[in-house]
Ligand binder design. Structure first.
Ligand code: ASP
Ligand code: MG
Length: 405
């Protein structure tokens, strides 16, 4: 007997028929002698619909109220899924984040899980229930409802899997697993059988939508074995686990792109110690996650341009903060560009193979794609390019690194 967490995403619970399909899958897993915790997302489109309603009332609704509102989507599917499992003759009980003991910090709309008291869930499992947990939500120590950021049901699943020491955390979605790149852009993209946490983390944070970034961080930290697979067929999916030898022998595992980036540039800041510290301290204090940073100093060494990228949703906040700091520091002005994207080549094999960066630059050059920013890590090379060349860049790089199946 194994203890299995199964998370079903929005499309997998998108209507009543699909919820019944989920119930069948759960019943089958229980029938095979396993204990199951099911974590559900809201029905597809539901969270966006709720955000739309809030925005009809205010462009900047209270984030506390937004969390109250958004958490309701998952509550609906958890109860419906429990009913569907029940209708198949199995005992099932739904739980909100609060009932499941998921305690978070108070950063509304992107709260971090601080601890989980899994006692109530364990008790229900011991009593023979299938536990159905409403994903994406928790509660602050003051008992305010929080949500865990978009895609946060993945995090709920991984965190609960870790808290109850589950044998496996299955993430069910509408694709067969993790691909070498987006199959909508490159139809020959290949499904990976296995990928390391680190590579998955890069892919996720670079815009591969199959797993929420923070859920991968959590899985990596607590070594939760994760499988990404489809709820519409029985294909085996992609295993996300610790790095092994086979992975190192692969030069590049995937190409990711992120169209959700904006570039902010502070032009002509006096070049002296403490400038970057001041700017990024203020950015961090407003909870904005900065990705790439580039600083160019003018030839006379007196002024610098500092550019950085942020998620597009944070552009306005980042501009506000930068403009205030620019004034304080005597910089000339602040520019922004939203027509950019970031293309990345990822693989743990880069640690032991050289030449990946140069091949990437050559390939982009051969296709007349200009590079605006570059950053590298041990297992990744990223370039910021014009948004309109995103698909072309992904195709030519996938081809250049010979990733097709
Ligand atoms: N319903 C939430 C969202 O759409 C959480 C999730 O689906 O994981 O972001
Ligand atoms: Mg998702």
């Amino acid at each position: 007997m194994a203890l299995i967490v199964q998370k079903y995403g929005g499309t997998s619970v998108g209507n009543v028929e699909r919820i019944k399909n989920v119930a069948n899958r759960v019943a089958k897993t229980v029938g095979e002698g396993n204990q199951v915790v099911v974590v559900v997302s809201a029905m597809s489109g539901e969270t966006d619909k709720l955000i739309g309603l809030a925005n009809q009332i205010s462009p900047t609704p209270s984030e506390r109220e937004l969390d109250m509102l958004l958490s309701s989507g998952e509550r609906v599917t958890s109860a419906l899924t429990a009913m569907a499992i029940d209708a198949l003759g199995h005992k099932a009980k739904s739980f909100t984040g609060r009932q499941a003991g998921i305690v978070t910090d108070a950063v509304h709309t992107k709260a971090k899980i601080e601890r989980i008291n899994g006692d109530r869930i364990k008790k229900a499992l011991d009593e023979g229930f299938v536990v159905v947990l409403a994903g994406f939500q928790g509660i602050t120590p003051n008992e305010d409802v929080t949500t865990l950021g978009r895609g946060g049901s993945d995090l709920s699943a991984v965190a609960i899997a870790s808290a109850i020491a589950a044998d496996l955390c299955e993430i069910y979605t509408d694709v067969d697993g993790v691909y070498t790149t987006d199959p909508n852009i490159v139809p020959e993209a290949r499904k990976l059988d296995k990928i390391s946490y680190e590579e998955m983390l890069e892919l996720a944070s670079l815009g591969a939508k199959v797993l929420q970034t923070r859920s991968v961080e959590f899985a990596m930290k607590y070594k939760v074995p994760v499988v990404v697979r489809s709820s519409f067929n029985d294909n085996p999916g992609t295993l996300v686990v610790e790095e092994d030898r086979d992975m190192e022998n692969v030069f590049v595992s995937g190409i990711a792109y992120d169209k959700n980036q904006a570039k902010v540039t502070i032009v002509n800041v006096p070049d002296k110690p403490g400038i970057a510290a001041k700017l990024f301290e203020a950015i961090a204090a407003s909870n904005i996650v900065v990705d790439m940073i580039v600083q160019n100093v003018s030839s006379d060494g007196k002024f610098a341009d500092i550019s950085f990228t942020v998620p597009k949703t944070d552009t306005r906040k980042a501009l506000e903060v930068s403009e205030a700091i620019a004034k304080e520091l005597g910089a000339e002005r602040v520019d922004k560009r939203e027509d950019i994207s970031k293309i990345s080549v990822i693989g743990v094999g880069m640690r032991t193979h050289s030449g990946v960066a140069s091949k990437m630059f050559q390939t982009l050059a051969a296709n007349n794609i200009n590079i605006a920013m570059i950053s590298t890590s041990e297992i990744k090379v990223s370039c910021v390019i014009d948004l309109k060349y995103t698909e072309l860049a992904v195709r030519v790089l996938h081809e250049a690194f010979d990733l097709a199946g």
